[in-house]
Design a protein around this ligand. Sequence first.
Ligand code: KG4
Ligand code: ZN
Length: 332
Amino acid sequence: MSVIILAIESSCDDTSAAVLKDGVVLSNVTAGQKVHKDYGGVVPEVASRAHQINIVPTVDQALVKAGVTREELSAIAFTRGPGLIGSLHVGVCFAKGMALSLGIPMIEVHHLRAHVLAHFAEDPKPNFPFLCLTVSGGHTQIVKVKDPYTLEVIGSTIDDAAGEAFDKSGKLLGLDYPAGPLVDKLAQTGEPLYQFTEPKIEGLDFSFSGLKTSILYFLRNQLKENPDFVKENMNHICRSIQDRIVSILLNKLEKAAKETGITEVAIAGGVSANSGLRKAFEETGKRLGWDTFIPAFQYCTDNAGMIAVAGYFKYLKEDFAGQEVVATPRMK
Ligand code: KG4
Ligand code: ZN
């Protein structure tokens, strides 16, 4: 008999639902929340209210798109954490209610594991063991993946995440939230004219807070000389910022590959949508003889498809959650 999983993701500001049948994603529907743009960042209270409005139509749409009825579902997977408590609550409670009413099991999924396992949504899939650089708005990690159940974090950020570095730098330039995609777009017509310092952090950990400060001082000095500096050089500044973030990420990834001897290397998370990172990652891979993997765009940013994939691995082990499960904002 086929295994059909409905998955729900609501850890931050995207409400997403997906349907997976025997390991194949049939639908992956996401409702974004534009409302946060006016505040320059995600407002948790506003996010959880929007999830409440979006969750029923998003789930309905995912089922219709997949051509699957509720009664055909084998299990419901959901993001337990980490994330915003109010946002997570909406998804967890919805999953509990639906699983209870249908009499089917629930599967709790760790959001960051799902970003890594998103590589199994489509071909080509990495072979084990592989390294995954997970770069999102909330997290930056290098993960060693031995098998779908054994993931080890071997490096992580000690302050800001890579997405935050993009968003905060963009904010300094007057760009709307989330600034990452805008910086990417502007950088495409810019040259890396300005050098921002690379932090000296031991081992495989990352730091991005110094970069923000160095951009702030740089802009202050330049604006004293020329009040139109940002306006006149926006694309060059964006390109310089992007190149520095990318070099910080890839230098550590290269170090991790050397130390572990692993040559199957992947990137995941919202920032892996960045065109500069994708290009430099492929070039680094070619230079070092890696097999490189980048998920399709729909599986890079927050989405329920990746929750469905991660949930399916747990389903195969009958690793189900009880009704006592709660949203867990800080989850190791
Ligand atoms: O994984 P994600 O969708 O949500 C989190 O779990 O955080 O990542 C969102 C982050 C934001 O910081 C956003 O600015 C960044 O990913 N991002 C990008 C690009 N697309 C999304 N950063 C740089 N370039 C992009 N093209
Ligand atoms: Zn994420």
